[in-house]
Write a protein that binds this ligand. Sequence first.
Ligand SMILES: Cc1cc2nc3c(=O)[nH]c(=O)nc-3n(C[C@H](O)[C@H](O)[C@H](O)COP(=O)(O)O)c2cc1C
Length: 232
Amino acid sequence: MLDNPGVFGYTFGMKILLISSSPRGEKSVTYSLAGGIVKGAQAAGAAVETVHLAGKKLEFCSSCEVCHKGGMTCPVKDDAPGIIMKMLGADGIIFATPNYINQVAAPLKTLFDRTSNLIHCQRLLGKYTVSAVSSGSGQNTPVDDYIGYYGRICGAQSTGAVSCGPVPQEAALKEAFALGGKLAADIKACTIYPEQVKEMETRRRFFSEIIKRRKDAWDGEYRYYCEKGWLS
Ligand SMILES: Cc1cc2nc3c(=O)[nH]c(=O)nc-3n(C[C@H](O)[C@H](O)[C@H](O)COP(=O)(O)O)c2cc1C
């Protein structure tokens, strides 16, 4: 953590970042649902910072591969690198998104696409994610699963998900509050979810082979794997 303080600086205590991706900003149903998680985490002692992707400048990944060559540098000058630094500085991340055609909303997918180096190098190792998803139908399992998957490929374990229909009912808000508490508890206890860790280890072995083969083109990632002792 100390080599990557992000926006939280070197303050002590639990730091949780909420990334809310609805274009409706503070009027978003999903943001209200995520508010339950925030309250639960705060009640357990966490400091929470919120980033609304609405209004942020987020360009598409151009697949230039600069982030694979030189560590985490990205030549695109927009808001993504700053948000990624906040992710790196947090102990836990809440991803809130409306269900758009059984996927995350485009701004969040655009941010995810900009984190290729986080994925290859599992830079979110030791962190935990949760998701909050809302939709017209209330059927959000594919989106919950996708966000959990995204976190794991970056090295973060998933604490869980909460979802709702077009209105966050009391029961969903209660569930969200409990999930916020669980997220804080996982961070405090450094909880291990064995199946998730196994999945991450398998993926790291897979990437170590690719990175070895591409060590000249992806020299930044190759060096990172060497430093971590991840090359077999
Ligand atoms: C482009 C678009 C795609 C959507 N796709 C789905 C969908 O596949 N299934 C569903 O149940 N609701 C779908 N919805 C409805 C939204 O998920 C729902 O209104 C959500 O609660 C909006 O959340 P927000 O207020 O946080 O933006 C879609 C809405 C939009 C605008």
